[in-house]
Write a protein that binds this ligand. Structure first.
Ligand code: HEM
Ligand code: HEM
Length: 180
């Protein structure tokens, strides 16, 4: 018989999952609000916070990928057939979108030669013409929107499991003794 605790993700995976979700919510909202900050020191501070948190979520995702492939607990699929395929695609898609959004955020800061507070300045490369900056900026912006949309659908699926199907899928990712 499988112990009920075995039907839950391990604590470290849960911490990494919820930390990622919280950071993505803050980063996306801060990105949307960037123009509300007065030009000059306030906007520079907000942008610096965005970049530091963005790098932090990048580190959290890398740790999560390593942990998942090395020691993290993997659970049997929560769905069957095409729903299982959809859930898998959403999970791998979320990992991919997280990595790409962070990578294009760093690329955006690099091609714009931005500084993070007065700690560090990305050296602006010679190839960073206006059109390169525009393309990289649009990619970062579109990828982050797509990430939030897929994460929203994924969260809706988790809530559907909990409130409509009334199964234990959401509880697998929540602290507490029992999942099933
Ligand atoms: C999952 C992580 C991230 C998310 C969800 C995110 C989200 C966003 C959003 C929604 C915007 C506003 C887009 C727009 O309207 O143009 C933005 C802007 C920006 N992001 Fe990120 N970002 C992330 C990570 C990063 C990282 C790691 C960096 C760099 C180290 C970064 C650098 C920037 C820069 C430079 C801007 C432009 C701000 C401005 O000038 O208005 N982002 N981000
Ligand atoms: C930006 C926000 C989010 C991201 C990027 C994200 C990402 C992920 C990823 C990649 C997995 C797969 C875990 C693995 O097997 O390695 C996962 C699992 C899970 N997530 Fe999220 N998630 C987010 C928000 C949420 C929210 C808001 C909820 C709940 C309302 C949620 C509930 C769950 C549940 C229950 C699982 C386990 C599913 C299963 O066992 O099949 N997630 N999440």
């Amino acid at each position: 018989m499988i112990a009920t605790t075995e039907l839950k993700y391990d604590g470290f995976s849960m911490v990494l999952h919820w930390l990622t979700a919280a950071l993505v919510a803050v980063l996306w909202t801060l990105g949307q609000l960037m123009d509300e900050f007065t030009k000059g020191a306030p906007r520079h501070a907000a942008l610096s916070v965005h970049m530091v948190l963005g790098l932090l979520v990048g580190a959290v995702v890398l740790v999560r990928i390593v942990w998942r492939s090395a020691a993290g607990r993997r659970l049997p699929p929560a769905d069957e057939g095409w729903l299982n395929l959809l859930a898998k695609a959403a999970h791998y898609g979320l990992y991919l979108l997280l990595v790409l959004t962070v990578a294009f955020g760093v690329a955006r800061a690099w091609v714009q030669g931005l500084s993070v507070f007065d700690w560090f300045t990305f050296p602006r490369p010679a190839f960073a013409t206006r059109s390169v900056v525009r393309t990289v900026s649009e990619l970062h912006s579109d990828l982050s929107d797509l990430l939030v949309i897929v994460a929203g659908l994924h969260a809706a699926a988790a809530l559907m499991h909990h409130y409509v199907r009334r199964d234990s899928v959401l509880r697998r990712m929540l602290p507490g003794k029992r999942a099933g």
